[in-house]
Design a protein around this ligand. Structure first.
Ligand code: SF4
Length: 286
């Protein structure tokens, strides 16, 4: 039933994006089927940078303390200088994978007892991923799908997959308009989030997971950016949305060329948690 009422609309939507890609706000309009590449660098087949089974790697509210499978997809519409996965996300390291192979991998994980599967920044490959996920759903395999994204994806795209994933994890970069281009490669990051986030005010599919979880990265020495972000978020998401303040900033990639070459301190981490708590946010532990 889920598939019958939904498949043709979503399949057509993503087919249009294969031939004229507007998945993210870059709206490159390249023909991916013909192998044309846009700003993210993704071509016409799924590329997986890494996949495997992970224990204690994500928030317990999502994993329920059990091992999970994760797929880290290559390429990303952003180019964050602090990205810890930059080999995969920026340079596109990975292995090509057909939709059929992806479906088999999903089925193998589920047959092996995995009940939660993370798709990490899959947006450039959504047109090729939707089919395997729909097929697994149709077979009523007992599994929860979690979509992890930077949030630089169009509202119209997330509307199409809103019911397909049990939970959306949006990992928000605390950048203002002055430094956004330098640090993450786009100027309209928060403008896009302001369009996207209100979508999650409408209900959720039946699931034991929250439909939205926000991760906030803290940039060393730039506490005011995280504070400004939390102030803005308070206006656009319910305060009971689970929020994970990330203490995992690591000095990597190009960050040393942009000023602060150190990790965040315990004091910085605790001060942002306190700031968020004072706003009444539903903080969870990583
Ligand atoms: S997903 Fe890639 S090709 Fe498509 S619009 Fe975004 S940057 Fe361009």
């Amino acid at each position: 039933m889920f598939r019958n009422s939904y498949e043709s609309k979503v399949t057509e939507f993503f087919y249009q994006n294969m031939i004229s890609c507007t998945i993210c706000p870059h709206a490159c309009r390249v023909n991916r089927i013909k192998g044309q590449k846009g700003i993210c660098g993704a071509g016409g087949s799924i590329m997986i940078g890494e996949t495997g089974i992970y224990q204690h790697s994500e928030e317990e509210i999502l994993t329920k303390g059990l091992p999970v499978a994760q797929f880290f997809f290559s390429y990303c519409p952003l180019s964050c200088v602090f990205c810890s996965n930059y080999g995969i996300s920026i340079y596109g390291h990975g292995t090509p994978c057909s939709p059929g192979t992806l479906e088999n991998k999903l089925a193998d994980y589920i047959s092996g007892g995995i009940r939660t599967i993370f798709f990490v920044t899959p947006e450039p490959f959504l047109p090729w991923i939707i089919g395997p996920v729909l097929n697994i759903r149709e077979k009523k395999r007992a599994c929860r799908f979690i979509y992890v994204t930077s949030g630089y994806v169009l509202l119209e795209v997330v509307e199409q997959i809103y019911e397909l994933f049990d939970c959306f994890v949006i990992s928000i970069k605390p950048v203002d308009s002055e430094i956004a281009y330098e640090l993450i490669g786009v100027r309209d990051y928060f403008d896009n989030l302001k369009r996207l986030l209100p979508l999650f005010k409408k209900g959720k599919r039946e699931s034991c997971l929250p439909h939205l979880l926000i991760r906030i990265l803290i940039l060393p020495g730039r506490m005011e950016l995280a504070e400004n972000l939390l102030s803005a978020l308070k206006e656009i998401i319910p305060v009971n949305t689970p929020i994970s303040i990330m203490d995992s900033f690591i000095v990597c990639h190009l960050w040393k060329h942009y000023g602060i070459g150190r990790n965040i301190t315990k004091h910085e981490y605790e001060s942002i948690r306190l700031f968020a708590q004072n706003y009444g946010f539903n903080l969870i532990v990583e």
